[in-house]
Design a protein around this ligand. Structure first.
Ligand code: MG
Length: 300
């Protein structure tokens, strides 16, 4: 099975920037969001309403969301850790939130300071309130293949957690291979378990390229009917709590794959590459040249 079209959720402005040493000015973040929308992105994770102490890189979430001009056909998501975060997000006009849970026990305790079950249950009131207010809700579930402390994650546990988040009202679930250890073999096993409990159209994958498996995993998931994937321009980002994690799957790499396979993404590769070059200058480091102009040639 090969989809005609996939949706790429751009996560660089949140998942990417929170992992950078340099804190970008709000003005630059707004330009990044504009550039990503100009490149054709329709779903962009813009910022996070977690504690500014925990993630100082995104401490300007309120100002950013207030100044961000709405664009027809573009959804901007903001990460929300709890009801306080939801209040902050709603006070500045956020229309789509994301909640962040873990499929594994140790990562939940280290990242969220709560057991897996407590953390997931705690999102119930947040999701329900957001839905009652007419917001769209994305749920993240991390460590879906393995956790660096706990080892392999049981697909049945992932499926049960996914079902619970959907039952609370999540519109979409992004399943994260937070350490980047999954291979196409694990994708099939996990999807078999998920298929029994939840509708696959609500499932997205969030791959990391630690062991060079991200695109292979995308292909495997696509072949089983998944059509939404998270990616980050320049491949920036990784989990600050899992130091061994490699970067996010680079948006340019995913678009290049799709171009070759004649799968529509709605994205302009030249604009993405130009954005990565520009972003590297703003971050003060050269970002890897995913898909060089020389290789791409004129029109591709
Ligand atoms: Mg990531």
């Amino acid at each position: 099975m090969r989809p005609e079209r996939i949706t790429i959720v751009e996560v660089a402005p949140r998942d990417g920037l929170q992992a950078e040493d340099r804190v970008l000015p709000t003005e630059v973040k707004l330009e990044l969001l504009e550039r990503l929308a100009d490149a054709g992105h329709t779903s962009i994770e813009a910022t996070s309403f977690v504690s500014p102490k925990a993630v100082p890189q995104l401490a300007d979430a309120e100002e950013l969301m207030r100044r961000l001009k709405p664009r027809e056909g573009v959804r901007y998501t903001a990460l929300v850790p709890n009801e306080t975060g939801l209040d902050r997000a709603m006070s500045c006009g956020v229309r789509e939130i994301a909640v962040f849970a873990s499929a594994s026990e140790s990562y939940s305790r280290k990242n969220l300071n709560r057991s897996r079950d407590e953390a997931i249950a705690g999102y119930g009131p947040v999701i329900k309130r957001a839905k009652a207010a007419g917001l769209r809700v994305r749920g993240y579930l991390s460590m879906v293949f393995a956790d660096p402390w706990d080892g392999p994650t049981d697909p049945g546990v992932v499926s049960a957690a996914a079902k619970q988040l959907l039952d609370f009202g999540c519109d979409e679930l992004s399943l994260g291979d937070t350490v980047g250890v999954g291979t196409p073999g694990e994708i099939s096993t996990l999807l078999s378990a998920l298929r029994r409990d939840i509708p696959l159209p609500k499932v997205a994958f969030h791959f990391h390229d630690t062991y060079g498996q991200a695109l292979a995993n995308v292909l495997a998931a696509m072949s089983e009917g998944v059509t939404t994937f998270d990616a980050s321009v320049g491949g920036i980002g990784g989990s600050p709590f899992a130091k061994m994690a490699g970067g996010n799957l680079a948006t340019e790499d995913l678009v290049w794959l799709c171009k070759g396979m004649k799968i529509e993404t709605g994205l302009d590769l030249d604009k993405l590459v130009a954005t990565t070059t520009w972003l590297g200058e703003k971050l003060g480091r050269e970002l890897p040249a995913h898909v060089s102009r020389a290789v791409r040639g004129g029109d591709v």
